[in-house]
Design a binder for this molecule. Sequence first.
Ligand code: ADP
Ligand code: MG
Length: 394
Amino acid sequence: MNKVGIEEIKVQGKRVFVRVDFNVPMDDKQNITDDTRIRAALPTIKHLLANKAKVILASHLGRPKGQVNPKYSLAPVAVRLSELLGQEVQMAKDCIGPEVQAQVQKLQDGQVILLENVRFYGEEEKNDPDFAKKLADLADIYVNDAFGTAHRAHASTEGIARYIPAYAGFLMKKEVDIMGKALESPARPFVAIIGGAKVSDKIAVIENLLQKVDTLIIGGGMANTFLKAEGKEMGKSLVEDDKLELARQMLKAAQGKGVNLLLPVDLVVAKEFKADAPARTVSVDELEADDLALDIGPQSAENFASAIVSAQTVVWNGPMGVFEMEAFAKGTEKIAQAMAKCQGTTIVGGGDSVAAVEKMGVAEKLTHISTGGGASLEFLEGKTLPGVAALQDK
Ligand code: ADP
Ligand code: MG
């Protein structure tokens, strides 16, 4: 999975259609409340402008469901982007059609235009070939820098690449290179940590990683189901009783493959799912019938950390406990610190896990923070992402 990046192609004088992820949060007055995603796209945009391309940006925003809806206009993004770039960003009234075409024709080298929300057309999410062709007709080259939507085969993420040469932007390339290498030819030992609320969300991730890792660490709410499968009393903890058999099969599969599977040996429990509920640390054999397991205990965190620190590749998805509550955040914190200490390649993916490492201030010490929640999960599941597959291989 070695994709051609934009630094390897000539873009001067070319019309370059760039699919970015400008799906930023806004308040009811359409003020952008967090511009991280706009900033994240700057390296690709600046590279193209500096190399005198005519840059045509496209994105979705929210869920307008195929209807034109001013609430989901990208116009505020054009204003913000213009401030960040220090140059004019033209705002198109639409993303296809004669008016947009005329506007694009007038673009000079080194100028940039932002198309209106591609999801104002139902054809976008249907990956309609005619719509994709109309988008492609605006440009000579396609660049995808929106990893977060790469797991969707939409017109602006996949269909368009059938008509014009398609390359990876910097953000996309980084995701694919680092995550691709970790999963295809990892430096070993390769350790994966899977947590979060439920086993059922991550069955395919666990199954795929079991084929690849040396050590698989299971924490968070989903560990409860594995512990119960091993015969432990889990009290009132979140357990998926319909997944007990599957958990047993996974434990057996790990053994068969020689994968070192680590489960918690102690837990932080409380009687209520509340931030100020009195918490106790107990061994996994000591839960009472009315206990809720809300975090891994200190001995478990220690065991997990020692595997992480000595690894050459670590992939982490899913918090170790209810980290949103201070009293149950310590397990997740210790894992984040161990990741920061690890000298190998360290990767974090998943909405809540990324929020956790950012909150804990270790983000800069990690090799890679995957931006796309759903996309990175599908990557970890071993699926081919249509938006990635559409890009040219080396
Ligand atoms: P990610 O977004 O990183 O993929 P998930 O969405 O799968 O992670 O899981 C995160 C959620 O899991 C958090 O809201 C957290 O509170 C919850 N969680 C973790 N451990 C437990 C637990 N022991 N009991 C209940 N919920 C838990
Ligand atoms: Mg989540």
